[in-house]
Design a protein around this ligand. Structure first.
Ligand code: GLA
Length: 754
């Protein structure tokens, strides 16, 4: 996988090559990243700059051209004539680290776990560069994941100088040439996370960053660059303030650096000590679907905790959107009974279960059970849930404290406040995870919870941005120390347990590889409106596999948008991920409960497909494929008069194989048809009358049942779907064209054609 000859490093994955060369100035140049090439091709690589460019600075007065500004460099350095942005900014005694020269390389194993790193690399290379004057070493580490076609990179700075070293920036760099590529990045805010933004890359710098203390809902640390047959994916494994700069010059050189945001960062590295950057994952493919599959494979096989690899995730019921804080044991037991009847496998008690927590003004920091809600404690409640046959899960928000809490009353110094004042977000303060005492307190409380109760799942929330961080004595290193503190807690509490950890931060405010290293799934957004979720999940799907995206079916009227959507669509979107339910089951009619029961039964049958299947974006929907089975969701927003016929083109099929194509059964609720009902009823009935109201509790229409057989070839070319409602009456084979309607299709491979 790593081939080294004549000063050239050829890093190979199953389908890609990454080539670096030590040049005559002992600088490391990037020569190639693309589909796998032969070693014999290596001599033909590199850009032949024959002459120098006017006004450039020459690195060597004897050898020309030697401008660093023209080279594609692996580890660019300041002050040497490279005028693009520089990913390293390190100082010793007022002198800036520069003129790094190659000294050695090693095929090593990684021994740096100061931050989350991907698991089980196939091979590892470390290249050492040195600033001879400052006596500082820079180790460039490469970890090869051959099966996923991903290369992980991080930098270690080793200070051999007797003086401390000041690290102001330490990002991983990638130089290549722009071929009119577009940048695909994920941005948003609360309840509109990870919307995909596509823009052409032009001359200048584009920055993707966060300063909120978390990887943030504003800009996800992962992004993609490419077009047509050239795609490059990048993702930083880090949960705090991050920054990626995408810079193009007028010569079309493209420099991409990614790391901890230097805006609020400084690290004092003592003599003889080391500092390591977070890892950046990079992957190349010649089409976007393949790039997505590679990144997904990597997360499923090398990032999430090993116990959860390919492990089926339970269908949860979460009480939040049905009760908010207003519940007690009795109310929850009623919900649990219904949740169990429809087939949920794990019952989660969300926010509000602990002392002083009846709204979001008080209680955070307490871990004692709320006696008003659970007079006999949690154990008898958990026992009843278990007796029904479900597992039990609990919500916690360990990084936060309310003024009204035992913790704040006893240890006000644990909270992050400024000398100037206190700044609240959702009425709460952030705990200072840089203090050992704070970390130990949280570890102790969580261990106690997990040791005392029969808990299979924890939802770990974090509901505000961080502020007031500059005064605790760590100044510019606070944000990074906070994240190191968070990782330490997660490691100590969860790494030896098989508790399913679902991370959450006001929805998807911290959806990143760093959190996925500990929590195999993340709550994607507090927005459970399926039409909004289409955008959110479509963005996440670019880089994160379905097994990591937690999605719930909520009530008909969305609490976030006031949009009303069919139950079938809420399922058809939420099932492309880890499915759960979060609505008041007691409010539902028998027919709606029946529909949910059928949905869950169907989901369980095809769970591996939905959670671990290979994901494809189609022009009108989504597809997952796994082991000769395929599931396709087709979505519409607004019903239109006289909709034209719609074609469905399916991806990834062997053209020679034959398939059975079948619509998943789903119901159209009588309620959704309202006053149209009396037209289709066999006798004259009033739409608001008792008979139809009662009937709508128990009866429904069938949505279309399209079924056909076709070859992979035809399915790839496209088949016509049954027409939508045309305004001329109901027919059982129409796709009912209600607003926000959707259909789901199942494709099963038949025996191979002769
Ligand atoms: C956050 C989460 C929600 C819910 C509430 C509870 O907003 O994202 O899912 O847990 O907190 O307070």
């Amino acid at each position: 996988m790593i081939h080294i000859k004549d000063n050239v490093f050829h890093l190979k994955t199953a389908t890609t090559s990454y080539v670096l060369k030590i040049n005559e100035f002992k600088k490391l140049e990037q020569c190639y990243y693309g589909l796998l090439i032969e070693d014999s091709d290596l001599r033909a690589l590199g850009i032949p700059w024959i002459m120098e460019v006017g006004s450039n600075v020459h690195y060597s007065k004897d050898i020309k051209p030697s401008s660093m500004d023209l080279m594609l460099l692996e580890c660019p350095e300041p002050q040497m004539g490279d005028y693009r942005h520089i990913p390293l900014n390190i100082w010793v005694n007022g002198l800036q680290l520069s003129d790094l020269k190659f000294v050695s390389h090693q095929l090593t194993t990684v021994d740096d776990y100061s931050l989350p790193r991907a698991r089980e690399p196939h091979q590892t290379l470390s290249i050492t560069l040195e600033d001879e004057i400052l006596k500082v070493l820079v180790h460039l580490n490469y970890l090869i994941y051959e099966d996923s076609d991903v290369i992980e990179r991080f930098i270690t700075v080793e200070n051999l100088n007797p003086q401390p070293c000041v690290i102001k920036k330490c990002s991983v760099n990638f130089d290549f040439m722009n071929d009119n590529y577009d940048l695909y990045s994920l941005h948003g805010a609360w309840i509109k996370e990870t919307h995909l933004q596509k823009q052409p890359i032009a001359i200048g710098q584009h920055v993707i960053s966060s300063t909120t203390g978390a990887s943030s809902n504003r800009s996800n640390p992962g992004f993609v660059v490419g077009k047509e047959t050239d795609w490059f994916g990048f993702n930083l494994m880090y949960s705090g303030n991050h920054k990626s700069t995408i810079e193009q010059t007028s010569f079309k050189q493209l420099r991409i650096s990614s790391g901890i945001n230097d805006e609020m960062f400084e690290w004092i590295l003592p003599s003889m000590d080391k500092f390591s950057s977070p890892s950046v994952m990079m992957s190349y493919a010649n089409n976007l679907d393949t790039l997505t599959h590679q990144m997904h494979h990597f997360v499923n096989h090398h990032v999430i905790p090993p116990f959860f690899k390919q492990n089926p995730r339970p269908v949860v019921f979460n009480n939040w959107e049905s009760t908010f804080f207003d519940f007690d044991e009795k109310r929850l037991l009623k919900l649990a009974k219904k949740a169990n009847e429809v087939g949920c496998e794990l019952f989660v008690v969300d926010d509000g279960w602990f002392k002083e927590r009846d709204n979001d003004l008080s209680g955070l920091g307490n871990y004692e059970v709320n006696k008003k809600k659970f007079p006999k404690g949690l154990t008898p409640f958990i026992q009843q849930v278990k007796k029904m046959g479900m597992d039990f899960g609990l919500w916690v928000e360990p990084e936060m404290v309310n003024l009204e809490s035992d913790l704040y009353r006893q240890h006000p110094q644990y909270a992050l406040t400024s000398q100037r004042d206190m700044r609240f977000g959702r009425n709460q303060l952030v705990l200072d995870l840089t203090q050992e005492a704070v970390r130990n307190y949280i570890i102790k409380q969580l261990n106690h919870l997990l040791d005392t109760y029969d808990i299979s799942y924890i939802k770990w929330d974090m509901n505000r941005h961080i502020s007031d961080q500059g005064h605790q004595g760590h100044q510019q290193s606070f944000s990074h120390r906070y994240i190191l503190g968070l990782y330490e807690i997660l490691e100590k509490v969860f790494s030896h347990r098989q508790v399913l950890l679902e991370s959450c931060s006001s929805g998807g405010n911290r959806f990143d590889l760093g959190m996925l290293y500990y929590s195999p799934q993340i709550w994607a957004s507090d927005n459970t409106d399926p039409i909004e979720r289409l955008k959110i999940q479509e963005g996440l799907n670019l880089l994160y596999p379905l097994s990591t995206i937690s999605c719930h079916v909520s009530g008909a009227l969305s609490q976030q948008t006031l949009r009303r959507t069919p139950l079938s669509t809420r399922y058809n979107v939420a099932c492309f991920g880890v499915l759960g339910y979060e609505l008041d089951l007691e409010e539902l009619s028998s027919i709606e409960l029946k529909e949910i029961k059928d949905q869950i039964k169907w989901y369980k049958k095809y769970r591996m497909l939905y959670q671990y299947g290979t994901f494809y974006r189609l022009s009108n929907g989504w597809q997952v494929s796994h082991d000769h089975q395929h599931m396709i969701g087709v979505y519409q927003s607004l019903g239109k008069a006289g909709s034209p016929p719609e074609k469905l083109k399916i991806k990834g099929l062997n053209p020679k194989n034959h398939f059975e194509f079948k619509a998943k059964g789903q119901r159209v609720m009588l309620n959704d048809m309202r006053e149209l009902l009396h037209h289709v009823a066999p006798i004259k009935l009033h739409s608001q009358g008792l008979i139809l109201k009662t009937a709508s509790q128990y009866l429904s229409f069938k949505d279309q049942r399209q079924q056909l057989e076709a070859s992979g070839q035809l399915l790839a070319q496209g088949i016509w779907l049954h027409s939508r409602y045309l305004g001329t009456g109901y027919h059982k084979d129409l796709r009912m064209g209600l607003d926000f309607n959707s259909s789901q299709y199942y494709l099963q491979q038949k025996e191979k054609a002769q």
